[in-house]
Write a protein that binds this ligand. Structure first.
Ligand code: PEP
Length: 262
């Protein structure tokens, strides 16, 4: 990889596992399986209720913890929500360092609009969290030739409220919806084509800060296909769903990132 960016591998556990004890065991197995490469950041994003448990299980491992979503307000009458103030926790001791914003499942099932994504990204940055803004087209949008336009629209919205005050420590995840949980990963060339569009927009918006923002690919990444993505100029890691629940597969993806970064 030519760009001097750190890579990021983020595991999205989604709404799994169903028992706290199993979340604890999964974190321990990931700790045991993963060998952390020097130039790669690794996090897992468990369900909110397990954040502190998993964080505790991973202390000292070098594997960090992220949230899967959050509200944009710090507190208030928002039943069921988790705020950026809560995630950022006590000074120097965050409950989570990263937060996924705008995952397609939240866009599809929970009314996460471009406007909400914009507010959440800005709020995460304001609280010192690293947002991983997820964008990507549906199969229908791809079939009708709108893929690039959708990526441009979602990214433009996601960064529309980002200013210099909160910093620009963020990541973008390109996740074509048709590749998520389907075993039909995009090709490395398609992932790079989308990442190049994203990079162009980031640099246009943020200048040199934009070239330092990691762009992840997400969608049926496995230990077997990961290297196909990590060899690309603008792909700096992966957002991993299903394989992040399998410690050996997740470890193989981290190892592939390490081989590409070195
Ligand atoms: C995801 O949930 O963001 C994802 C990419 O899932 P999977 O790896 O299972 O396709």
């Amino acid at each position: 990889m030519s760009a001097p960016r750190r890579m990021l591998i983020a595991g999205n556990w989604k709404m799994n596992p169903t028992r706290a004890a199993d979340a604890h065991v999964l974190a321990q197995l990931i700790d045991a399986a993963v060998t952390l490469p020097v130039d790669v950041d690794v996090i897992v994003c468990p369900p909110t209720i397990y954040l502190d448990l998993v964080r505790g299980a991973l202390i000292g491992s070098g594997v960090g913890v992220g949230a899967q979503t959050m509200h944009w307000e710090a507190s208030g009458a928002y039943t069921g929500e988790t705020s950026p103030a809560m995630l950022s926790g006590d000074r120097g001791n965050p409950i989570a360092t990263h937060v996924i914003i705008g995952h397609s499942e939240r866009r599809q099932y929970d009314g996460e609009t471009d406007e909400k994504v914009a507010r959440k990204v800005a709020a995460a940055l304001a609280y010192g969290l690293i947002p991983i803004a997820a964008i990507g087209e549906t199969l229908e949008e791809r079939r009708t030739g709108q893929a690039e336009a959708v990526v441009r629209r979602q990214l433009t919205a996601a960064i529309s409220e980002v200013d210099t005050l909160g910093g620009r420590r963020m990541a973008i995840a390109y996740e074509p919806v048709w590749a998520i949980g389907t075993s039909m990963a995009a090709s490395g060339a398609d992932a790079q084509a989308a990442a190049a569009v994203i990079r162009e927009l980031l640099v246009a918006a943020f200048g040199s800060d934009g070239s330092a923002i990691p762009i992840l690919y997400g969608g049926s990444v496995t230990g077997e296909n990961a290297a196909e993505f990590f060899g690309r100029d603008d792909v700096d890691g992966a957002l991993v769903g299903g394989a992040s629940l399998k410690p050996e597969a997740f470890a193989a993806i981290v190892a592939a990132a390490g081989a590409s970064a070195s």
